[in-house]
Design a protein around this ligand. Structure first.
Ligand code: FAD
Length: 303
């Protein structure tokens, strides 16, 4: 008789395998119901074994980074959540190329570049998360985006590693096109040689600017909405008088109007209802159609 998936996954995967893992533990908003499976593969072979197994049993999967841009619904995630946090390669090749694994924390990548005397990614230092998530979101700040210095991206799909050059990629504001099922495993950046002290100063100045505007004091996912063309989301939200607006435990931050914060005990439903209110009132007040920057995933609670 064919062994059940639950037996096979614990036997065949060397990395961490968790059952019914609350996603609230893995998202910066601190909300989200359980995922059926949460797996942290040890390396590429382990990831491949996992993907084979998921394919064989037709189990859907979602890859996550640090969960800093994720709103997981209260019913959780049916299928498997994969974290690549052990894909922590950091390597320099020649004068200006840096290779990094999808699981490397943005801050660690930026520190590595500073220590190597390489400039170009300083703005990324204060953006929480891991490289895979930063690339999938085309994360950016202070006029820079992670795709600016990207040279190549390596994704895995259907047992194949695919290397994509920057000019083959389609990306834009907080957006990178990935085919369904493609998982970013590593990337390479072409940087510029620079003075480590100056790099350090630039990193500090990015961090200070953030501290001044983003210390909201409660769990959040950064900017909840994308800036509309030619405008600023926080200004639209402020203009609609929504600062401090609250549903359940979810609140429009009084410090930064484009941050929705968890004031304690919020559910994903609270955030979804608050986001809907914000969109409706901004539309009514200024005609602007806000769209979420935060990725909303998972299923609603069964009634
Ligand atoms: C306080 C605060 C400040 C922030 N400031 C900024 C900012 O200035 N600029 C900015 O751009 N963002 C900002 N963010 C949002 C967030 O930090 C970024 O979007 C970050 O890049 C998300 O990375 P992550 O690893 O947490 O990804 P996650 O939130 O875990 O995932 C984001 C998306 O990427 C996908 N993904 C993750 N890893 C992979 C992979 N290996 N392969 C394929 N897809 C993958 C996920 O499925 C999901 O769709 C902020 C967030 C917070 C909490």
């Amino acid at each position: 008789m064919k062994k059940a998936f639950s037996e096979r996954i614990v036997q065949e995967i060397r990395g961490t395998v968790l059952r019914d893992e609350p996603m609230a533990r893995h998202t910066s908003l601190r909300v989200g119901g359980p995922t059926d499976w949460f797996v942290v593969p040890t390396d590429s072979d382990d990831l491949q074994s996992l993907l084979d197994l998921l394919g064989e049993f037709e189990i859907p999967f979602l890859v996550v980074g640090g969960g800093y841009n994720l709103l997981v619904r209260d019913g959780g995630i049916r299928g498997c959540v994969i974290s690549l946090e052990r894909f922590d390669l950091l390597d320099r090749e020649g004068a200006v190329l840096v290779h990094a694994g999808a699981g490397v924390e943005n801050a660690a990548l930026v520190r590595f570049c500073r220590d190597q005397g390489l400039t170009g990614l300083e703005f990324l230092g204060g953006i929480p998360g891991r490289l895979g998530g930063a690339l999938a979101m085309n994360a950016g700040a202070g006029g820079g985006e992670i795709t600016d210095s990207l040279e190549t991206l390596v994704v895995v799909k259907d047992r194949t590693l695919i290397k994509k050059e920057r000019n083959q990629l389609v990306f834009g504001y907080r957006f990178l096109h990935l085919e369904p099922g493609e998982i970013i495993v590593k990337a390479s950046f072409r940087l510029t040689e620079g003075d480590p002290e100056e790099i350090s100063d630039r990193m500090k100045s990015f961090l200070e600017k953030r501290r001044a505007t983003q210390q909201v004091g409660y769990p959040n996912a950064g900017s909840f909405f994308k800036n509309p063309p030619g405008g600023l989301a926080w200004r639209c939200i402020d203009g609609a008088g929504l600062r401090g607006s609250r549903i359940g435990g979810a609140e429009v931050s009084t410090v930064h109007a484009n941050f929705l914060v968890n004031r304690g005990g919020a559910s994903a439903d609270d955030f979804l209802a608050l986001a809907a209110r914000v969109k409706e009132q901004v539309r009514e007040q200024s005609g602007v159609e806000l769209t979420e920057e935060v990725r909303i995933v998972g299923v609603d609670l069964q009634q």
